[in-house]
Design a protein around this ligand. Structure first.
Ligand code: CA
Length: 306
């Protein structure tokens, strides 16, 4: 029997950008029998501390999830452990301000779980529409949620880099968690703010829907972010589910039985993310009007016959 095509297509890129000497981002992933684990992290703290924090986050999460059945609880646990490790390292080395964001994607067919801390993001491209799944833990995102700042003003705000939650900066960390049932063709994109702080959703969507091989699409995204000034380190992982194997029944499946991504744990109190729908070509009211008009025409024509 010929071997089945792999269910997942994966590509990853990291680039220092145009303005920074160091690359303080890190990423890593491991494919598993039933999907895989994917992590991006954006370190901070200057000197070598940012890179260390980001790498510690990636390594700890991959180690913690290795060989275990993924679950929402395990994912939170992995990020909490990364937090403890980085916090202790920072204290031992007197590295003030050492910390990192982390966005983790676990594909556990037919589900995807996403956990995050900070302002690195996960997006879902489904049916040609790109949706930001994660909500930034940042000062500007909090103000947008409160209605005090317009989303279009957040990107250029002078406090856009202020994050309100990170791994390693406090003994406790708050982890947001969401999940969804995958559909064939779904593409999940993880990114640090060197990418999404420069490129808006429309630009990202345009590249991802251009029918390019994943590696080429990510090269384009990195080139675009650099062409737009490359003010920060740029890191991104793309994971596309070309097939969605049925998988085993998961204890957490009940949480994700609907058609939409669901927040399992969120600081903002949201319970469900509603994906935008592609607008139908004709609206129902237009179809009804057309039918009425045709009916009237037929009536007039028929009633004129001798
Ligand atoms: Ca960054």
């Amino acid at each position: 029997m010929p071997e089945a095509e792999p269910a997942l297509a994966v590509a990853a890129r990291t680039d220092p950008g145009q303005k920074r000497e160091r690359n303080e981002d890190a990423y890593g992933y491991r494919l598993t029998e039933n999907g895989g684990v994917f992590v991006v992290a954006d370190g901070m703290g200057g000197h070598a501390h940012g890179d260390r924090a980001a790498r510690l986050a990636v390594e700890t999460v991959l180690e913690r999830l290795a060989g275990r059945d993924p679950s929402p609880a395990l994912l939170v646990d992995a990020l909490e452990e990364a937090n403890r490790k980085i916090f202790q390292t920072a204290r031992a080395e007197r590295a003030e301000g050492m910390g990192t964001t982390a966005t983790v994607l676990v594909v556990d067919f037919p589900y995807a779980l996403i956990a995050h801390v900070g302002d690195s993001r996960a997006y879902l491209l489904r049916n040609g529409l790109l949706v930001q799944l994660t909500q930034d833990h940042s000062w500007v995102a909090d103000r947008v949620r409160e209605g005090l700042l317009r989303p279009e003003d957040a990107r250029a705000h002078r406090w856009k880099n202020v994050i309100t939650n990170a791994l390693g900066t406090f003994p406790e960390v708050e982890v947001d968690l969401l999940g969804l049932r995958l559909k064939p063709g779904d593409l999940l994109l993880l990114s640090t703010d060197g990418l999404h702080g420069v490129l808006g959703e429309e630009a990202i969507a345009r590249v991802l829907t251009a029918d390019l091989p994943l590696e080429v699409a990510l090269d384009r995204l990195v080139e675009l972010a650099n062409a737009w000034g490359g003010p920060d380190n740029i890191t991104t992982i793309a994971v596309r589910a070309d097939r969605v194997p049925a998988g085993e029944e998961k204890p957490y499946a009940l949480l994700l039985s609907g058609d939409q991504p669901v927040y399992i744990r969120a600081r903002s109190g949201d319970t469900e993310l509603v994906l935008p729908r592609r607008a139908p070509k004709y609206r129902l009211s237009e179809v009804v009007l057309l039918l009425l008009w045709l009916g009237l025409l037929a009536y007039v024509l028929l009633s004129q016959r001798p």
